[in-house]
Write a new protein. Structure first.
Length: 357
């Protein structure tokens, strides 16, 4: 990979960075093994380890999708449900809302993976604690971050606070147990095989493919789309992987859907807190000091901004897939699961979006 630190952030010591490189290598090797296990009779896989093999000669494919859960509607009840239960935030993006008596004060969106924070707990607890102090508060103690067995607790109270908490505390993803980097790697690897149905016909649409290869979660925006994009690249004669820097990122926000009460540019509400401009991992939404209005005075799609979910609905998340021309074509293999009849391709929608880079 061209860069190894998540979001290209320069915060690890040289020794810790070397250890993280080894960790990413191991994660991608898990993907290669998952691809091999999906078709054990085949001599090789068409999913490769980009940390080990490098990205030279590989094209980058930006795969992006909506941050708001696919199963939820555009209404106050569903917005409140998603805001109040991180388990519902299942699109590789999680958020928390800090509120006071007047309403929402700040909304924090994170795509940082628990994989990195577990690694820091094992390799550099001082850095781990300093990050919690910077982004959650000085009151956080290392003992708060461990489980009963002395391991890192992804859902500790400073990352996933109890229901009803209004502090806006969040350090990284993990409230939804599927929002791990290793999960994205494995599903991409399992999806990489070209597939045929019982009649020998190619399977190309997303929902049929996810049922056939049994990767990820069918009702998400992300998993079927990631798998479908990787599968398409292999069908075109490539081998595939995930590119660097390792992680998932906030891709864009549709600022055209935001109306400011003072007519200013909506981008003024957004502050990148972690990651570089092209690899945003943590984003704050708050009214600038002295602006003279509140978040609830801002309109999103014509409605007062009261929920983080309203921003998630106009936000897109992405990862980078790699496609490298292969010397051999991957064989088409039978399904391991049932293929739904009459399945139609999933859609990711389209709109005018503004990148932060």
């Amino acid at each position: 990979m061209s860069e190894f630190a998540p979001g290209n952030i320069d915060e690890m010591s040289p020794a810790t960075l070397d250890a993280w490189k080894a960790e990413v290598n191991a994660l991608l090797n898990s993907g290669v093994n998952a691809a091999r296990n999906a078709a054990p009779s085949q001599p090789r896989a068409w999913f490769f380890n980009a940390a080990e093999d490098g990205e030279a000669g590989a094209a980058q494919l930006n795969v992006n999708w909506t941050a708001y859960p696919k199963l939820l509607g555009s209404n106050a009840a569903d917005y409140a449900s998603a805001d109040g239960d991180r388990r519902r935030q299942e699109e590789y993006c999680e958020w928390a809302v800090r509120s006071d008596a007047s309403g929402p004060v700040e909304m924090i969106f994170s795509t940082e993976t628990p994989d990195y924070y577990r690694f820091l707990f094992e390799r550099d607890q001082s850095l781990l604690l300093s990050l919690y102090h910077e982004f959650v508060g000085d009151h956080v103690m290392l003992a708060d971050l461990t489980d009963g067995l002395g391991r890192y607790n992804v859902t500790n109270i400073h990352n996933v606070p109890p229901t009803g908490d209004t502090s806006g505390a969040i350090m990284h993803m993990g409230g939804n147990g599927a929002n791990f980097y290793i999960a994205a790697i494995v599903l991409a690897a399992q999806a990489s095989w070209p597939s045929i149905d019982s009649a020998g016909a190619p399977i190309t649409d997303e929902q049929s493919l996810i049922a056939c290869r049994q990767f990820g979660v069918a009702h998400r925006h992300s998993d079927p789309f990631i798998g479908g994009q990787v599968n398409q690249q292999v069908r075109l004669g490539n081998s595939a992987s995930l590119g660097g820097p390792p992680g998932l990122y906030i891709d864009s926000v549709n600022f055209a859907d935001i109306t400011m009460p003072d007519g200013s540019d909506p981008i003024g509400l957004f502050t990148i807190q972690r990651g570089d401009d092209a690899h945003i991992m943590r984003l704050s939404v708050a009214v600038p000091d002295g602006a003279g209005f509140q978040l609830s005075d801002v309109l999103v799609r014509g409605q007062p901004l009261q929920f983080g979910s309203q921003i998630a609905e106009i936000m897109r998340i992405r990862l980078v897939a790699l496609a490298r021309t292969d010397t051999a074509s991957a064989p088409s293999i039978p399904c391991v699961g049932a293929t739904p009849l009459g399945a139609t391709p999933a859609t990711t929608g389209s709109a005018l979006h503004t990148r932060f880079s």
